[in-house]
Design a protein. Sequence first.
Length: 119
Amino acid sequence: MNFNNYDWHDSIIKSIVIDRNNPGTNDSILFEIIWPNDKESTICFNGVYWANFNMNFGIVSPENILNAYLENNDDKTMVDFYLRWKGLIDNVNLNCYVIELNSTGGNIKIIAKEFKMIK
């Protein structure tokens, strides 16, 4: 399923795990999500090259998602990222995933090869 087609609004991030058991070969970030229909699943971002977690803590509220989407490849974050690698990864197809947080006003960006639903 396309990342943009999930029902992100009002989903809750239950946990975030950064998996570096295979560093450089497959860095992964896993999100446990509770969907608006109360079903739970795990989303895994594989082949992570970069991540930025702009999150606020100390707020007594679940971490609700306002919106999540796949950014365009001509987005400034993607363009700047490829420029920093100076051509070394120009042949690697990456995506920029954005998760906007409702409860705390934060923002998560992940540049990775893919995402997939685990369960």
